[in-house]
Design a protein around this ligand. Structure first.
Ligand code: ATP
Length: 245
């Protein structure tokens, strides 16, 4: 379990309290600048709150040694550029020692066709898929045991629709076996379909923490995103969220 109690970060986050439990698949939503990346960095233990406290499995997050955290929680940052001219394979082994790519990652992320190619010559979406694989492989033994904390900042950015769905299916499966997942993004319909809980940020505050049906409402989304939002239901009773100015 990960618990944040009244955490604040100067001018970025204000008085955020939340609990993340085993098997949670949380989608973190909110307008640009609302504090999503800041919150993920705090939950990862990369920065410390100016006020409030964070606990991971009952222990203060600040008490964990970096090496201890590195085998239990992973954070994929929104922008991550390789400074080395490595192939995809070299890049994966550089970050993940001798581990080979697990089959479930390969099935969802389709990386093997470009394993021998230089990372910096891949398309944006292909690079993103490698970045996700690298992040998950960092904590793969913990993931297999269902005790990892997986934090992903905009992992679907740049992915085509098929890979967006395949990634969300994979992540939900990892959550189902006990891992804790938080992923930020801007795709309301993905959150509706895949989140078991949504955290909605607005101006540095957590303004909603609930199941998709409670958070994804026309009135709340319109207010937070300053946009018109319409929710329609198709013939199979799926809710589809439309946005327009
Ligand atoms: N390192 C930093 N130091 C000071 N302020 C920062 C820093 N990084 C971000 N901010 C500010 O903190 C606020 C929250 O930024 P954050 O990156 O957390 O938002 P976000 O919700 O992830 O946005 P986006 O959807 O654009 O990625 C913004 O006003 C931003 O300008």
């Amino acid at each position: 379990m990960l618990r944040a109690q009244a955490i604040s970060l100067e001018n970025r986050l204000s008085n955020v309290s939340l609990d993340l439990i085993s098997a949670d698949a949380v989608h973190l939503l909110g307008p640009n600048g609302s504090g999503k990346s800041s919150l993920l960095n705090l939950l990862a233990g990369l920065i410390s709150p100016h006020q409030g406290q964070l606990w991971l499995e009952g222990r203060e997050l600040s008490q964990y040694a970096p090496a201890e955290l590195a085998i239990q929680r992973c954070l994929m940052e929104q922008t991550q550029q390789s400074v080395f001219a490595l192939t995809v394979k070299e890049s994966l082994s550089f970050f993940c020692a001798e581990r080979s790519l697990p089959d479930v990652l390969e099935q969802a992320l389709d990386i093997s066709p470009f394993l021998q190619r230089p990372l910096n010559q891949l398309s944006g979406g292909e690079q993103r898929r490698v970045q996700i694989a690298r992040c998950l492989m960092q904590v793969w033994p913990a993931i297999e045991q269902g005790r990892a904390l997986i934090l992903l900042d905009e992992p679907v950015q740049g992915l085509d629709f098929s890979h967006q769905h395949r990634l969300c299916e994979l992540l939900n499966e990892l959550a189902r076996i006990g891992n804790m997942l938080v992923m930020s993004h801007h795709q309301l319909n993905l959150a509706e379909r895949y989140a078991n809980r949504i955290w909605l940020m607005h101006q540095g505050q957590l303004v909603a923490d609930d199941i998709p049906k409670q958070v994804l409402t026309e009135s709340l989304l319109s207010r937070v995103f300053c946009c018109n939002v319409r929710i329609v239901t198709d013939t199979e009773q799926n809710r589809l969220i439309q946005t327009y100015l």
